[in-house]
Design a protein around this ligand. Structure first.
Ligand code: AMP
Length: 209
């Protein structure tokens, strides 16, 4: 949480012109639309816990089966535990899709709280800003869709602590899983969004086609 995966995902989406599939954004949309998935997910998200795999995996399988994912996509925030990583293997196998790369954006723990509590998010398009490090052009307004920015319900110090613990116990083992498969790319996320993007682009060869 707070490493900048959503910010990088949004930038990579532009560079590759591919779909950006963020489970966090999908849940937030479902919550605002009060769908059954949103209603179920809300209490977990507000507390900083993972939404149960049964709900999350179904959502991802359905989304990746849609036609606009045929030419590639970037998953953001999924898989978040080993069971989800195994389920993703099954989903990709069923859809005949090859996983190209897994990017782990890491940042020193000390920076994360500041990033999380200073984050401002667009409720419409999900774009993420920061009150000091990544300011919108007009304070409190999304650059792209001009919607007012908010501080997410789970971007508090208390929820951050739970999210961090969930990360350490449930998500961290996923790094080893993809390292063993030879898919893992490690990125230092402590630089500016633009600098971090350049490193990712160079590694993925986005400028070389
Ligand atoms: P994010 O926007 O990626 O920081 O996700 C926000 C919250 O949504 C997380 O703290 C979880 O509560 C929930 N969430 C997002 N992705 C997943 C996932 N893959 N599995 C379970 N819960 C998730």
């Amino acid at each position: 949480p707070g490493a900048g995966k959503g910010t990088q995902a949004a930038l990579i989406k532009e560079a590759y012109n591919i779909k950006h599939i963020s489970t966090g954004d999908m849940f937030r949309k479902a919550i605002s639309e009060k769908t059954p998935t949103g209603i179920e997910a809300k209490s977990y998200i507000d507390q900083g816990k993972l939404v149960p795999d049964s709900v999350t995996n179904k959502l991802v399988r359905e989304r990746l089966s849609e036609k606009d994912c045929e030419n590639g996509f970037l998953l953001d925030g999924y898989p978040r535990n080993l069971a989800q990583a195994e389920e993703l293997d099954k989903i990709l196998k069923d859809l005949g899709i090859k996983l190209d790369a897994v990017i782990n954006v890491s940042v020193d723990d000390n920076f994360l709280i500041e990033r999380i509590t200073g984050r401002r998010t667009c409720t419409k398009c999900g774009a993420s800003y920061h009150i000091s490090f990544n300011k919108p052009k007009v304070e409190g307004i999304c650059d792209d869709c001009k919607t007012p920015l908010i501080s997410r319900v789970d971007d508090t110090k208390e929820s951050y602590e739970t999210r961090y613990n969930v990360y350490m116990t449930e998500t961290k083992p996923v790094i080893e899983y993809y390292k063993n498969l030879g898919k893992l790319i490690e990125i230092d996320g402590s630089k500016s969004p633009e600098e971090t993007l350049k490193v990712i682009e160079n590694i993925l060869g986005v400028n070389n086609g």
